[in-house]
Design a protein around this ligand. Structure first.
Ligand SMILES: [Zn+2]
Length: 171
């Protein structure tokens, strides 16, 4: 399978390139913004759906791994020190972790993971809701607006219909 980015809204569209021959023209209609656009097989640079699987997983400040579902592919994002704003990727949404997904129940700014070092130099990770419309869930429990919850390696966090796994930095 290959995927191609909508030139208007940057949503990804997946198709089976083996069904077509080189030089053939295809027309796509974006699910997201309904823009119609064409490509020519073998002439347009295509991105493999496997791309994100090989991304560097280790990070100095930990990472999150978004589980593949019907709305999007497996994606790994490194965390940075301070606030990491997590939400749905869309044009003009300038956040720390833009998840590429068509899951509309994920807000553009959904939750935040804060990374900071304590006095012993140990990294402390805290999860909070941005706040979002549909809420942030930690191991299936919804966070209240005021919750600031310490999370540890392997924490399972759900935003809308999408789940990711938190990974601490390698020690
Ligand atoms: Zn589009």
């Amino acid at each position: 399978m290959k995927r191609i980015m909508c030139p208007k809204c940057e949503n990804y569209i997946t198709f089976d390139e083996t069904k077509y021959t080189e030089g053939q023209s295809l027309v796509f209609i974006c699910d997201h913004c309904k823009k119609q656009f064409g490509i020519r097989i073998g002439k347009t640079k295509l991105k493999s759906t496997e791309k994100n699987e090989t991304q560097e997983e280790k990070s100095q400040f930990g990472s999150i791994m978004v589980i593949e579902n019907v709305f999007g592919y497996k994606q790994i994002f490194p965390l940075v020190e301070g606030d990491n704003i997590i939400g749905r990727r869309c044009t003009g949404n300038n956040i720390t972790i833009p998840i590429e997904t068509s899951d509309m129940s994920m807000d553009r700014r959904h939750c935040v993971i804060n990374v900071k070092q304590d006095k012993q130099g140990k990294l402390v990770y805290t999860l909070r809701d941005f706040p979002s419309l549909t809420g942030t869930f930690l191991q299936n429990e919804i966070l209240s607006d005021k919750d600031r919850i310490r999370i540890e390696d392997g924490a399972i966090i759900t935003l809308g219909a999408t789940t990711f796994i938190f990974r601490e930095a390698e020690k």
